[in-house]
Design a protein. Structure first.
Lengths: 195, 408
């Protein structure tokens, strides 16, 4: 099982050295913060406000101050584009980042199914049969206090999908002040040059 | 003092092995402290022998429980040098104590145009109750600024802020976020000059330093049992007798009325007026034993020990790459608070937990100050009588591992 997972990460990771580091460092904690999470935390994908968004929702975690806004453009029933913005721990930021890469192009029903799958991963610790980056969050299941971190962005995205379309971007939780839009430059592939 | 030598042995919860066989290094004492055997035994003894309702029964157990409860009040009065036991009101904790002052004193005395002066370093428990009463009465809030990362109150602003409109001035003795020890006696004296009432949040000081309400010259002082080696669910509001006698009840129920009729009732004097319902008798008894325990160590020595550990931690942590330490460098309460560049406080806490180190990460119920300092949160290590310099080394080693891991 261990070797199999290591192999999976070997092919997923761009850099052999970090991959080997991952294999040798593996422990409960490294399970939690494995390279996929560290990578997305350092270089979040699709971060920043989406000017063309027609849906937006804000999630925050009052117990720890983490916050995450999700902007998406829904065309018909399909998520044509999606970004997130916010601040918080490595788990919450990486999870939102991975989520945006997974949700782009999905229908509302597919997005919900994907969240169910993700929730299954983080609550049971069992990775899905077919590997995807969501499996990187399997280690979260051992830390019940952190499950809310991993789902923060997802809940905001699902809220945004439930919300009525709007031309003027409004936030679903009106009592929460929205964080200042990130000044980070978003590159063409959607990743941040510097977070 | 010999009591210190076997101190750790007196705290059963400290002797446990965490995952990976590592010993527990408990550095979250500003959130709650552990309880010595004497306090745990007192709780068990009360429930096993004296358990009864107080001030109501005429049977032996009720009389014993009443005596124990009132003896606890007397003990706490002595602990902070109150003029009389009637100035001690038992509450659930600091939060409830401050809510009591805000609702009762504030509700009866504040009006539109009045100002409630607080500081920017207040815990939400000394902020939100005032926001609530301000909304109810039309009074407004005003804040003494914090200077910056060194975490001091900007006292040069005090003359400008302490105007005659200020009716009440609330401030923390020791900041739970910064470790700052505020000059509370001076603040009380300054407030008194303009006739403002003073409220001290002593949650972080009651278990760590000597407290003398008459020397400080405060009108109200609030603290919690569980942050001073006592049980959870019991706290104290000290109030000057003359003020308490003029204040209306804030909750109604059994135990607080002199006589009741269908349409109206008359109240007992303080402290009963403010203790509606069956009080937390067992935990009050436990709190009194915690007072005995702390006095056996001598509170000057505790302050020296906890503050000493915090200073050592501050110096050792300052060598870590990318660390931002908050609060004053010199004299401080028994805690250090810091932010690591690019590593969120919750990730720090989860990692340290793997090394058996219990820390607190987040905004510490001090969100407005965090925003002002441009932080989403900090990691805090807070010390108590049973902590050792060796535990600081475990903390530093753990933090070095975290910094290295996230640096890749």
């Amino acid at each position: 099982m261990c070797a199999q997972r290591a192999h999976i990460f070997f092919v997923q990771l761009p850099n052999r050295a970090s991959c080997l580091k991952f294999i040798f460092l593996m422990s409960d904690l490294d399970d939690l913060y494995q390279q996929v999470i560290l990578d997305h935390n350092r270089r979040p994908r699709n971060r920043g406000k989406l000017p063309t968004a027609n849906r937006v929702a804000h999630g925050d975690n009052p117990s720890c101050g983490d916050q995450c806004s999700v902007f998406l453009r829904l065309e018909g029933d399909r998520i044509a584009d999606i970004t997130f913005d916010g601040e918080g721990c490595a788990i919450s930021q990486a999870s939102a980042s991975v989520m945006t890469t997974r949700l782009k192009g999905k229908t509302t029903a597919e997005a919900r199914a994907l969240f169910d799958e993700f929730h299954q991963v983080i609550s049971t610790g069992k990775a899905p049969d077919e590997f995807n980056e969501l499996a990187a969050f399997a280690g979260v299941h051992a830390y019940p206090a952190r499950i809310k971190c991993a789902t923060l962005g997802w809940h905001a995205a699902l809220d945004a999908l439930r919300e009525r379309p709007t031309s003027n971007i409004q936030h679903s939780t009106s009592n929460v002040e929205h964080p200042t839009p990130s000044s980070a430059k978003v590159t063409e592939d959607g990743s941040n040059a510097e977070s | 003092m010999s009591t210190w030598t076997d101190l750790r042995a007196q705290f059963p919860a400290l002797h446990q092995t965490m995952q990976g066989g590592k010993p527990l290094v408990y550095l979250d004492n500003a959130a709650t402290t552990h309880k010595p055997r004497a306090v745990l035994d007192a709780l068990a003894y009360f429930y096993e022998h004296d358990n009864a309702n107080v001030h109501r029964g005429l049977h032996a157990l009720s009389m014993r429980a009443t005596d124990a409860y009132e003896a606890a009040r007397t003990r706490v009065a002595k602990f902070i040098n109150a003029a009389e036991p009637a100035e001690i009101i038992f509450t659930r904790g600091t939060t409830e104590s401050i809510n009591l002052v805000a609702a009762s004193w504030g509700g009866a005395n504040l009006k539109k145009g009045d100002v409630i002066l607080l500081t920017e370093m207040e815990h939400h428990s000394n902020l939100v109750p005032w926001q609530l009463i301000a909304q109810r009465t039309g009074a407004t809030l005003r804040f003494v600024p914090v200077t910056g990362d060194d975490g001091l109150l900007d006292l040069s602003q005090l003359d400008r802020l302490l105007t005659p409109e200020v009716k009440i001035f609330g401030f923390t003795h020791i900041s739970n976020t910064l470790g700052t020890v505020n000059p509370v006696a001076e603040l009380c004296a300054r407030a008194k000059k303009i006739g403002a009432i003073t409220v001290i949040d002593a949650a972080q000081s009651a278990g760590h330093t000597p407290l003398d309400v008459r020397a400080l010259g405060c009108d109200f002082l609030a603290f919690s049992g569980h942050k001073m080696a006592g049980p959870t669910g019991i706290g104290v509001l000290y109030g000057r007798r003359a003020l308490l006698d003029a204040m209306p009840p804030w909750q109604g129920g059994g135990g607080m009325i002199a006589s009741a009729d269908f349409l109206e009732s008359r109240w007992k004097p303080a402290p009963e007026r403010f203790e509606a319902g069956t009080p937390n008798v067992a935990d009050a008894v436990g709190l009194a034993v915690a007072c005995d325990f702390l006095d056996s160590l001598e509170r000057d020595a505790i302050a020296k020990h906890d503050g000493g550990l915090a200073r050592v931690a501050y110096e050792k942590l300052s060598d870590l790459p990318g660390i931002r330490l908050l609060g004053p460098r010199g004299g401080r309460g028994g805690l250090v608070s810091f932010a690591l560049h690019d590593v969120h406080a919750h990730d720090v806490v989860t990692f340290a937990d793997q090394d058996g180190v219990a820390l607190r990460g987040g905004h510490h119920c001090n969100q407005p100050l965090m925003r002002k300092l441009g932080l989403t949160g900090t990691t805090r290590a807070s010390f108590y009588v049973y902590n050792t310099p060796e535990e600081i080394d475990v903390l530093v080693t753990s933090l070095r591992r975290i910094v290295k891991f996230f640096a890749g």
